[in-house]
Design a protein around this ligand. Structure first.
Ligand code: PAF
Length: 282
């Protein structure tokens, strides 16, 4: 497995692969790798000749008071995991290598970036779009892989690639869950054992929504209220939002079937998000 730390190295690596007529996949990550990331790598391997992963804890997508400093980092472990999966190359730039000190142009995520996560995390999606645009430019992949767990991120990255004409296909991979339903996330590492147990409430709320829709419930606000009630029954959880939205526009919908359920809650000091597609017809 090759490691590139500079922009020149990753550009060169990608150029060589392209010259050899190889199809390139990008799996962008912030490290602290888990089964969710590895599922992206495995999906990438089925769709490309060369898989490039990036590990970069992107400072510009963290707001003041968020967990940028505390974000789990273990490059040695991450590299071993990627190497064991047969990843071809890893891009591990420093923040100084990634951003020039006088950099000032950023990518505006548009109105989608103001909704949901954007309300709680102003500037977050501008940081995400800017770094993803830079990674796409440096690696020039044919295909790039994103987890559905960060559903709003996925929708915004798709829009960005379409609106700014990046010649890349954005592929979504399903949420990976622990056996008790909790969506795997690097931030789960922050949870105490008691919080870890309480954190399954996000999944329980989504399942409650799914069960209602499967049972014929069509009223979006009724289903949303049921999700809220589930979260409120968990003393360690503080709900941020629980909503049924249009899967592409992320605008709240009145009709539950076919909607995307999205949820965010704090469990102690840890903010978690999760999502589930609601069945379209029953
Ligand atoms: O989902 C993530 O880990 C990050 O937001 C991403 C896409 C790697 C950009 O920093």
């Amino acid at each position: 497995m090759e490691q590139a730390v500079s922009k020149e190295e990753i550009r060169q690596l990608s150029l060589e692969a392209r010259r050899e007529g190889k199809r390139i996949a990008l799996v962008p990550t912030m490290g602290a790798l888990h089964e969710g990331h590895l599922s992206l790598v495995r999906a990438a391997q089925t769709r490309a000749d060369v898989v490039v992963a990036s590990i970069f804890v992107n400072p510009t997508q963290f707001g003041p008071g968020e967990d940028f400093e505390a974000y789990p980092r273990d490059l040695e472990r991450d590299m071993a995991l990627l190497s064991a999966e047969g990843v071809d190359a890893v891009f591990t730039p420093s923040a100084d290598a990634m951003y020039a000190p006088d950099a000032q142009v950023t990518v505006d995520p548009g109105p989608l970036g103001e909704l949901w996560e954007g309300t709680s995390r102003p500037g977050h999606f501008r940081g995400v779009c800017t770094v993803v645009a830079k990674l796409l430019s440096l690696v020039s992949p044919d295909v790039a892989f994103f987890g559905e767990k960060d559903y709003q991120q996925l929708v915004i990255v798709r829009r960005m690639a379409a609106d700014l004409d990046f010649p890349v296909k954005i592929v979504a991979c399903p949420v990976v869950r622990d056996p008790d339903g909790l969506a795997v996330s690097s931030r789960n590492a922050y949870l105490s054992p008691e919080e870890r147990r309480a954190a399954t409430v996000l999944y329980r709320a989504l399942r409650e929504a799914e069960t209602l829709v499967c049972g014929g419930e069509r009223d979006g606000s009724f289903v949303e209220q049921a999700m809220r009630d589930t979260v409120e029954s968990e003393p360690l959880a503080v709900l941020d939002y629980a909503a049924l939205v249009d899967p592409r526009t992320l605008v709240r919908v009145a009709e539950a079937p076919g909607a995307r359920a999205i949820i965010a809650a704090r469990i102690g000091a840890t903010r978690l998000i999760d999502t589930m597609a609601m069945p379209s017809s029953v």
